[in-house]
Design a protein around this ligand. Structure first.
Ligand code: BTN
Length: 249
C-alpha cells in the first residue's frame, strides 16, 4: 500500500489533472495548501492526515491518518457556471471511481455526498478563492468501522467496511483525477446537461421521503441546473438550491 505522495501518485496520472502536486504528510486542511498558491488549473494537494479537516456548513471532517483519500483540486471554471453544479460534477466522478474499483453501484446524494450501500463514503467541499475554485474531496477508503465518525448526520461507511477489501489510495486518486477531468471538460462546455444521463442514473434521493431543514417532502429529482426538485404535497413542488437533507432509510 502506498501513500498519497507525488512519487506514489505520478505513475497513476493519465491526463492534465494532478500536476503540480503539493504534498504534506500532515496539514491543517488540503484546501488551505492551494489558497494563494499561484498554481494553475488541475493542481492538487494531498495529505495523509488533516488536523482541522473542513466539511460543509462549517462542520469538521475527520479521518484516521493514512486511511482516507484526502485531496483538493484547483479549478478555474467560467464565471457563469454555478458552483453547486461543480460539486455534483465532482461527486459524479467520485461515484464512477468507486464503481470501477468495487464493481458496485454508487450514488450521488444531492448536494455533494457519495453513497455506497446507503452509507456516505465521500463528501465534497467546493470553495471559491479569488476567482478560482478549490474542490476538496474526502473519500473513506480503508477505515475500519471503529475509525468512522459516530456522530455523523448520514451514516458513514468506507470502501473497506462495505466490501471487506482494502484499496490503494494512489491508484484510486489517479482514476478519480482522470474521471474528474473528463466530467469537468463536458460540464465546462455544456453544463450539467452534458452529464445528465450519468448523474440522473445515480440520483440517490430520487423518490425518497426526506426532510429539508425539518420540513417533510418527497425528493423528485436533481434538475438540469443542479437544483433539487421537491414534492411538498397538495400539488406543490419547489426547486431548492441548498439545504440540509435527511432521508428515511
Ligand atoms: C462534507 O461532506 O461536509 C465535505 C467534506 C470534504 C472533506 C475534504 S477532505 C479534503 C479537503 N480538505 C478539507 O479540509 N476538506 C476537504
Amino acid at each position: 500500500m502506498t501513500d498519497l505522495s507525488p512519487q506514489a501518485v505520478a505513475p497513476h496520472l493519465r491526463g492534465r489533472f494532478g500536476m503540480p502536486h503539493l504534498y504534506e504528510p500532515e496539514c491543517e486542511s488540503t484546501q488551505l495548501l492551494l489558497v494563494d498558491s499561484g498554481l494553475s488549473e488541475g493542481a492538487i494537494a494531498t495529505t495523509e492526515h488533516q488536523t482541522r479537516g473542513r466539511g460543509r456548513l462549517g462542520r469538521a471532517w475527520a479521518a484516521a491518518p493514512g486511511t482516507a483519500l484526502l485531496v483538493s483540486i484547483l479549478l478555474e471554471p467560467r464565471p457563469e457556471r454555478r458552483l453547486p453544479e461543480l460539486s455534483l460534477v465532482a461527486a459524479l466522478a467520485v461515484a464512477e471511481t468507486v464503481e470501477r474499483a468495487t464493481e458496485l453501484a454508487a450514488q450521488v446524494k444531492w448536494p455533494n455526498d457519495v453513497m455506497l450501500n446507503r452509507r456516505k463514503i465521500a463528501g465534497i467541499l467546493s470553495e471559491l478563492v479569488d476567482g478560482s475554485v478549490v474542490v476538496g474531496i474526502g473519500l473513506n477508503v480503508n477505515q475500519t468501522r471503529d475509525e468512522l465518525p459516530r456522530d455523523a448526520l448520514t451514516e458513514p461507511g468506507s470502501l473497506r467496511t462495505l466490501t471487506g477489501t482494502t484499496y490503494d489510495r494512489a491508484t484510486l486518486l489517479g482514476s478519480l483525477l482522470s474521471l474528474l477531468e473528463r466530467a469537468y471538460g463536458i460540464w465546462r462546455e455544456n453544463g450539467l446537461d452534458g452529464l445528465y444521463g450519468e448523474l440522473g442514473a445515480r440520483d440517490f434521493l430520487r423518490g425518497r421521503r426526506i426532510t429539508v431543514g425539518g420540513e417533510p417532502a418527497t425528493a423528485l429529482q436533481i434538475l438540469r441546473d443542479g437544483r433539487l426538485e421537491l414534492d411538498l404535497g397538495a400539488h406543490e413542488t419547489r426547486a431548492i438550491e441548498s439545504g440540509e437533507i435527511r432521508f428515511e432509510r
